[in-house]
Design a protein around this ligand. Structure first.
Ligand code: ADP
Ligand code: MG
Length: 241
């Protein structure tokens, strides 16, 4: 079953059409890699799929709900998703407070917050930093704190926009291992964008390739990397291989 179903999505900024007729579906339980050159529209598409911005046209259903006709349900839908961006977002407060904040906002009781923050920190291997100031941590650790803040709210789907683009190889491997485990053990559906083809190959069950504002091909990693549909895709998957 598709948990996200986008059809003919368009996005226009001023006179510039950045996304054209994007079709994409994300199946429940999969890790879908969204690969494509820088500037191809990955971040713009993700901001639309995770309901940060509305599309200029097209259809988008999430969890089977039509989001275009139902703006009033966006907040509820967003609560079922988690997002992580290229630049880790952490606040100048303790790691604990950084992670607890979403739960406090939702009015969870104190002992429940305590338990869930500890679990979420364990899941990213940062329990020992619970009292540290989040902004003192390394970039890779900050990204894990940000991921932990997302996990504590128990999302059904994770949208990750180049989450390791600014990280060293060690931190990248750690984040990849966590994402794989969350998918395998908790069944969380993952949509991860990356310009790193090797990362796409390592993580994704299926891959969608964005070229110049549209999804040019979607399929198994085998299909994408061995049977690219056209020259532009071939050039993109070939250049870095
Ligand atoms: P990617 O994430 O694949 O690098 P982006 O989605 O960031 O690509 O950008 C795709 C194109 O859309 C780029 O040409 C970028 O300049 C343009 N773009 C993105 N956001 C905006 C915006 N808010 N206003 C105008 N143009 C934008
Ligand atoms: Mg981007």
């Amino acid at each position: 079953m598709a948990i996200v179903e986008a059809q003919k999505i368009r996005k226009v900024y001023g006179s510039l059409e950045v996304l054209h007729d994007v079709d994409l579906s994300v199946r429940e339980g999969e890790i879908l890699g969204l690969i494509g050159p820088s500037g191809s529209g990955k971040s713009t598409l993700l901001r639309i799929l995770d309901l940060i911005e509305p599309p200029s046209g097209g259809e988008l259903s999430i969890f089977g709900i039509d989001t275009v006709g139902e703006r009033g349900r966006w907040l509820d839908l967003r609560r079922r998703m988690g997002m992580l961006f290229q630049r880790p977002i952490v606040f100048n407060a303790s790691v604990y407070d950084n992670i607890a904040m979403g739960l406090r906002y939702r009015g969870a009781p104190r002992d429940e917050i305590d338990r869930r923050v500890k679990e979420a920190l364990e899941a990213v291997g940062l329990s020992r930093y619970i009292r540290s100031r989040a902004t003192d941590l390394s970039g890779g650790e900050q990204q894990r704190v940000a991921l932990s803040r997302v996990l504590v709210t128990d999302p059904e789907i994770l949208f990750l926009d180049e989450p390791t683009a600014n990280l060293d190889p060690g931190s990248t491997a750690t984040i990849e291992a966590i994402v794989t485990r969350l998918n395998r053990e908790r069944g969380i559906t993952v949509l991860i964008s990356t310009h790193d083809l090797a990362q796409g190959q390592r993580l994704a069950h299926r891959v969608a390739v964005m070229i110049e504002g549209t999804v040019a091909q979607a399929g198994s990693p085998r299909e994408i990397f061995h049977e690219p549909k056209d020259q532009k895709i071939a050039r993109f998957v070939g250049v870095q291989n």
